[in-house]
Design a protein around this ligand. Structure first.
Ligand code: F6P
Length: 341
């Protein structure tokens, strides 16, 4: 064992015995599985003798000092519940220097020594700005249905949201078949098309429009025309909300303009994609990451988001996590049209 290894071990020992109080918050849009992550963090911390403080309503609660001690019983029976027991918010005040200063003062007053941040892109953007001015150890967990973060193969809530969209689109196909209709279905995902492409492929959508792939509306309409000529009477177009041609309404208008005779409808799935009981995949992901996040803090691996890449826990600096979406797999893009023939 080298001297450096010995120093490292000693440091970890000191951290384990000195870290006494951590704060946990959920921020931004909620996602199914956040509760499972909270449960894992709280129970792991308490197991290692660390007190956990709930910071309610994300960064806004941090500013307002909405901070309360948690016990293991507070997280009983929440692993299967959607939403977040900590509540969440998108705080404008936290984006200001004054807001950040207030938040930091509250952490100091409550003796919070380290933070676990659960959220998506906005949460980590906020974290990066905060840590430019204030020093406090922190780790992040990817909690977003959008899967728009790098440093992890999936995010907490993504699997459940896609399953919800699939269930809904399957139902839409039933009624579309009954009436020979064309449906434009809009799914969430903000600037990313992961929910759209995964739900679209799973439901056998005739076309899928995502921000990651530039498309020409005339070409999309030509395809509908081609399908109609060969008596394909049902069309499901899945459109990501961040798609550049616009959302479902814009696509619907263009379809209606070219094919006034087609019986066409739109359906915006909206926030149902954010709710519901998390899938087993999201529960396991959240539990693994929640557990590992406390160990990471004890081992002084900080200012990183934890993810799972190829089955293993991965640690990515907050700055690298933001808006570096993993590229969409080319085979997925290529096969959309082939499979809808
Ligand atoms: O980031 C999660 C998400 O659900 C996005 O898919 C969507 O664009 C956005 O949040 C909706 O935000 P809000 O709940 O504030 O309407």
């Amino acid at each position: 064992m080298t001297t450096a290894d010995l120093c490292n071990l000693l440091y970890q020992y000191i951290m384990k015995s000195t870290l006494k109080k951590i704060g946990i918050l959920t921020s931004g849009g909620d996602s199914p599985g956040m509760n499972a992550a909270i449960r894992a963090v709280v129970r792991t911390a308490i197991y290692y003798g660390i007190d956990v403080y709930a910071i309610r309503r994300g960064y806004q609660g941090m500013i307002e000092g909405d901070i309360h001690k948690m016990e293991t019983t507070d997280v009983a029976n929440i692993i299967g519940r959607g939403g977040t027991i900590l509540k969440t918010a998108r705080s404008k005040e936290f984006m200001t220097k004054e807001g950040m200063q207030k938040a930091y003062n509250q952490l100091q007053q409550h003796g919070i020594e380290a933070l676990v941040l659960i959220g998506g892109d906005g949460t980590f953007r906020g974290a990066v700005e905060f840590f430019e001015s204030f020093t406090i150890p922190a780790v992040g967990l990817p909690g977003t249905i959008d899967k728009d973060l790098s440093g992890t193969d999936s995010t907490i809530g993504f699997d459940t949201a896609v399953n919800t969209a699939v269930e809904a689109i399957d139902k839409i196909r039933d009624t579309a078949e009954a009436h020979d209709r064309l449906f434009v279905v809009e799914v969430m995902g903000r600037d990313a098309g992961y929910i759209a492409i995964n739900s679209g492929i799973s439901c056998g959508a005739e076309d899928i429009l995502i921000p990651e792939q530039e498309r020409n509306m005339d070409e999309i309409l030509d395809r509908i025309d081609h399908d109609e000529r060969r008596k394909k009477t049902v069309h499901i177009l899945v459109v990501a909300e961040g798609e550049e041609l616009g959302g479902a309404k814009e696509v619907y208008d263009r379809v209606k303009e070219r094919f006034p005779m087609l019986d066409t409808r739109t359906c915006v799935l909206g926030h149902i994609q954010r709710g519901g009981s998390p899938s087993f995949a999201d529960r396991v992901l959240a539990s693994r990451l929640g557990y590992a996040s406390v160990l990471a803090l004890m081992e002084n691996k900080t200012q990183v988001m934890l993810g799972i890449i190829n089955g293993e826990i991965a640690y990515t600096p907050f700055t690298n996590v933001i808006k570096q979406n993993a590229p969409m797999s080319k085979d997925m893009l290529d096969m959309i049209r082939v499979l809808s023939v």
